[in-house]
Design a protein around this ligand. Structure first.
Ligand SMILES: *Cc1c(COP(=O)(O)O)cnc(C)c1O
Length: 378
């Protein structure tokens, strides 16, 4: 995540001084400008700023008309919000294994498709893109909607296209842990006019008193309020300019370290769905014990296994199928009995047990990190 600095502080101050704090105030402009920058960065026809990545996922699902009776495929390794978002629109999440790339396994997607499957949410984990060619082909074959969860990979590309702009819809997060950080925030991307109109309507309580809704002839339906304020957008605009340079530094550092680590006989560098523009760097050990031994050499890597709410076995409310009201329970509306068990995605657990995330050490000179990598790649 890029550092927060004086420029964000000034931008926030400008928004406050202008005094048009809600995005639909007559003279407000920061949010429109930020959305324009998002469109330019991603190539998506539409971008809608919302208050979180979770909100972006829910708005995207609502825009696509996903609801009760529908099954949505999500990876077993992701931030829990990917699995809870379908529940919020009345659908149920179906867990899919990841493969060695740490992203959803296209082969397991095929196995998990039922007559009730409506959508897939591929998650680009920690800047590692999913196998989007395979996923889009499967979706086309089965008539499924693809909502990319690009919350952990804002600004990253797959074969030259921005993540979040490849599927029918995409969700971004601007939470403090993400590539673009304003504390909390998010955005929906789509190139489909009707999905955009529906997402915008949903995020603004139906938006029926705003002139812009007429254009797409979408009757107002009940929504929520996840509109951003102008202070957030002013800060986000500054942060956005820092994202691509930051990713480029990471990409160069990764390109310099990965070939060194690849010489090791004790582990392999994790395969990548777009090796040429790779940013994430993780290594895969042959066994859990070997991974633990690697982890003991502290400082440069950590095992993924410790990642609490990123692992399906820790999604307690999903396992319990517990919602805020017993009658508002999508599992009761599902077309078949859905059960979740701790061993249902054993392959995911095995891969996570054996994977270590490599710290790119951006605070240190490249030569130092190269020497560290050489010492480890024995
Ligand atoms: C962070 C994250 C979200 C949710 O984003 P928030 O802005 O925290 O609501 C969803 N999916 C993934 C993969 C994330 O990492």
């Amino acid at each position: 995540m890029p550092a927060m600095g004086i420029c964000e502080w000034i931008a926030a101050g400008r928004a406050i001084a202008e005094g048009q704090l809600t995005r639909y105030a007559e003279k407000a402009h920061f949010t429109d400008e930020f959305e324009q920058s998002l469109r330019e960065m991603t190539g998506a026809k539409h971008a809608l700023a919302v208050t979180s990545g979770t909100g972006a996922l829910i708005a995207a699902l609502a825009a696509a008309g996903i609801g009760p009776g529908d099954e949505v495929l999500v990876p077993a390794y992701t931030w829990m919000a990917t699995a809870t978002a379908p529940v919020m629109v009345g659908a149920v999440p179906i867990l899919v294994d990841i493969n060695e790339t740490l992203t959803i396994d296209p082969e397991d997607i095929e196995r998990k498709i039922t007559p009730y499957t409506r959508a897939i949410i591929p998650v680009h984990m920690g800047n590692a893109p999913c196998d989007m060619d395979a996923i889009m082909a499967i979706a086309k074959k089965h008539g499924l909607i693809v909502i990319e969860d690009a919350c952990q990979s804002v600004g990253v590309t797959y074969k030259g296209r921005a993540l979040g702009s490849i599927g029918h819809l995409g969700a971004l997060s601007f939470n403090k842990m993400k590539n673009l950080n304003i504390g909390e925030g998010g955005a929906v991307l789509t190139s489909d006019d009707q999905y955009f109109a529906r997402a915008r309507s949903y995020h603004d309580l139906g938006a029926m008193i705003r002139g812009h809704e007429d254009r797409y002839n979408e009757p107002a339906f009940i929504g929520v309020n996840m509109k951003v304020n102008e202070i957030q957008s002013a800060m986000a605009q500054v942060q956005l300019r820092k994202v691509l340079p930051m990713l480029e530094r990471q990409r160069r550092r990764r390109a310099s370290l990965a070939p060194i680590l690849a010489r090791s006989s004790q582990f392999q560098v994790t395969p990548h769905n777009d090796a040429e523009s790779a940013i994430s760097l993780t290594v895969l050990a042959p066994t859990r014990e070997a991974a633990i031994a690697l982890e003991d050499r502290k400082g440069i890597w950590n095992r993924l296994r410790d990642n609490s709410k990123h692992i399906y076995t820790n999604w307690e409310p999903i396992f319990a199928k517990r919602t805020f009201h017993p009658k508002m329970n999508p599992w009761a509306w599902a077309k078949r009995e859905i059960t979740y068990t701790p061993d249902m995605c054993a392959r995911t657990l095995d891969i996570l047990e054996r994977t270590c995330v490599v710290n790119l050490g951006l605070k240190y000179p490249t030569c130092v990190m190269r020497r560290v990598a050489k010492g480890l790649a024995v």
